[in-house]
Design a binder for this molecule. Structure first.
Ligand code: UD1
Length: 419
């Protein structure tokens, strides 16, 4: 199984280009099932989750052609199967995103239930209830969500909890429904906006994306065209934290700085000098140690749960004490246990982690448990004295494009081992 070997202690220095956003690419790939005619997507990151999505699209009969590393064409007119099997859903929960599109365009979908996951229960009840409100007949049969509808009907749906993929599934379904849908308490994440812009480019009528009320006027048909996926704000944030933790200085190009407001604010609070222009973000922490920062995760525009683990690593080496509170997922502190093995002084109390920063972590063999937890261990390795070996990095390959190449470009001593 692949491992990452990191020799810590070198400040990150230099420039990298941000990749396309995983969490925008996945719903957009699912949304291609709504389109008549081919869709060409660019800036799609080369990641295992994207490979899984492509497998899923092909397994329902869509034709997918790669043009080059980050651009591909999808033609879903040949779709002739409506099942998302357990083998694919279990490796990627976001497979649930085909539920809305398959049902809205083809009238049927059987999507395996994702089950538990390392960071918590993550149910899909809101996806299911929303589609039922739009007139779908939905039942859970043999571990599958079985949905049928002749044509979905617009509805007013008030989401109990802010859910990103839930909002995305319902917006996608509503684009081809009869009449108007109103989705209240909708997720406001930039990735939801990117999906809505893609759908609009295909002829969907959507208002309010980026606010908590999204209004969709159903249309009879959507037609494919070209679209470029937004930059990955979590990837960008991860490298910025890496530079802050190692006392480095980096510039990330092809970004959208506004998407990272909450993260950049915390980086400034920890003492980093952050400069942005329309497309790039530069962080300078040269030779300085960060100050610990309190964090409370929240739906966008709050602080993203997907950056919590990385800041946990930062606080571990920062000056002072801080409290990180996780409000979105109930079991998202497994990285803290591994960080402790590297000498971090962290204590987990319910949904909080209290940190007392140490001058230096020490390299150790550690185990990745989920995508962002893995990223935090890599960052800790970069800042630690000695060698860190991160095991189970298939989690990282799900969500970070060319992680070791990009970090090496920034001067890190990192290599992949195939033992
Ligand atoms: C998405 C992101 C993930 C991120 C998360 C929160 C993608 C592919 N993944 O995951 O990286 O960490 O948003 O920003 O975009 N919930 C319910 N019922 C539901 C759906 C959700 O109770 O039907 C709860 C969840 O248990 C969780 C909360 O809502 O406590 C938010 O989860 P949600 O936004 O749905 O996460 P995902 O969309 O799975």
């Amino acid at each position: 199984m692949d491992k990452l070997e990191i020799v810590g202690g070198t400040p990150l220095h230099g420039e990298v280009i941000a990749s396309g956003a995983k969490n925008a690419a996945l719903p957009i790939l699912a949304a291609t099932l709504l389109a008549e005619g081919p869709v060409t997507l660019s800036n799609v990151p080369h990641l295992n989750d994207v490979t899984t999505s492509v497998k899923l699209l092909r397994s329902v009969g869509a034709e997918v052609t790669f043009h080059d590393g980050t651009s591909l064409e999808i033609d879903s007119d040949s779709t002739n199967d409506f099942v998302a099997p357990y083998e694919l859903v279990k490796t990627m929960r976001a497979s649930i995103l085909v539920l809305g599109p398959l049902l809205a365009r083809f009238g049927q979908a059987d999507v395996s239930l994702p089950g538990g996951c390392a960071i918590g229960a993550r149910p899909v009840n809101l996806h299911v209830e929303g589609l039922a409100a739009m007139g779908a007949e939905i039942s859970i049969v043999d571990g599958f969500v079985r949905a049928r509808a002749k044509r979905l009907k617009g509805a007013r749906i008030v989401l109990d909890t802010v859910t990103v993929t839930g909002t995305e599934n319902l917006v996608m379904a509503a684009t081809l429904a009869e009449g108007e849908s109103l989705i209240e308490n909708a997720a406001r994440e930039p990735e939801v906006i990117d999906l809505c812009e893609f759908l609009t480019s295909m002829g969907a009528q959507i208002e309010g994306a980026g606010t908590s009320t999204i209004r969709v006027q159903g249309v009879a048909v959507l037609r494919g065209g070209p679209y470029s996926v937004m930059p990955d704000r979590i990837e960008i944030g991860t490298y910025l934290v890496g530079a802050a933790m190692t006392g480095g200085r980096i510039k990330i190009k092809r970004t959208r700085p506004n998407d990272l407001d909450a993260v950049l604010q915390k980086l400034e609070e920890c003492g980093a000098d952050v400069r942005v222009d329309s497309q790039s973000i530069e962080l300078d922490m040269s030779g300085r140690r960060p100050r610990a920062v309190d964090i409370r995760t929240a739906p966008y525009p709050g602080f993203p749960t997907d950056m919590q683990a990385q800041f946990c690593a930062l606080n571990a080496v920062a000056e002072g004490t801080a409290v990180i509170t996780e409000t979105i997922f109930e079991n998202r502190f497994q990285h803290a246990l591994e960080l402790q093995r590297m000498g971090a002084n962290l204590s987990i109390q319910g949904n909080t982690v209290v940190s007392r920063g140490v001058e230096r972590l020490t390299g150790a063999p550690v185990m990745a448990t989920d995508l962002r937890a893995s990223a935090s261990l890599v960052l800790a390795g970069l800042a630690a004295r000695g060698t860190t070996l991160v095991d189970r990095i298939y989690h990282i390959d799900r969500g970070y494009e060319c992680l070791e190449e990009k970090l090496a470009q920034l001067g890190a001593q990192i290599r992949r081992r195939h033992d």
